[in-house]
Design a protein around this ligand. Sequence first.
Ligand SMILES: O=C[C@H](O)COP(=O)(O)O
Length: 255
Amino acid sequence: MDKSKRKAIIAGNWKMNKTPKEAKELLNAITPLVKDAGCEVIACVPYVDLATALEATEGTNVKIGAENCHWAESGAFTGEISTGMLKEMGVEYVVLGHSERRQYFGETDETVNKRTKAALAAGLKPIVCVGELLWERECDITEEVIARQIKLDLFNVTEEELKNVVIAYEPVWAIGTGKTATADQAEEVCSFIRATIAKLYNQAAADAVTIQYGGSMNDGNADELLSKTNVDGGLIGGASLVAEKFAAIVKAASK
Ligand SMILES: O=C[C@H](O)COP(=O)(O)O
């Protein structure tokens, strides 16, 4: 499938940054810079910033995402946020299975799968993150790790539901380290992800799914990474916190 037929998506993942006041300032700086974007633009923000972010982006082409959600509809889960709460606010996307959740908060493929199913059932679009550790790459098991994550994270996700799923390939060793995967390394794994999805579903489903790269993507390397056939966008951490840098990446994806 021609890459241009897939939806290119640049999503900022703000992580634990920006107070509501700061979120408003940043979005007010971003929205005019990306108003003519030729790709989808998303800002995934901390829960406490969601209301402000939705208000600041109303009537613009910037969509808002959350950084996680719980799988239960409601109940005794102190500190958690349900899909229904996000949906009612007007949130469209949700980042799931980010390596920081896996590394620091006990996230497993089983819980990523539960969250993914719940998000889809609620009408949210999950950005499901996968990626290998440096140790796993050095042991030459990157493909095994990625295939396992994709299979488990998407377990029981139907072909119809898959249309609303975005996959983000984030090699853990490249996140926040300034060490970007080379464009060829990113392409190799993104292409492997597509092949894995083709095996699990079919070629048409695999051809249609948007696969982002994430890990120190910035205004200097976005062009090259995004020029690759199977890299359809980016999940941007650090560079999404600077309006001009984020806008430059959006511009690179709009070509
Ligand atoms: O979700 C975003 C990724 O973790 C990448 O973060 P980074 O761009 O700061 O390396």
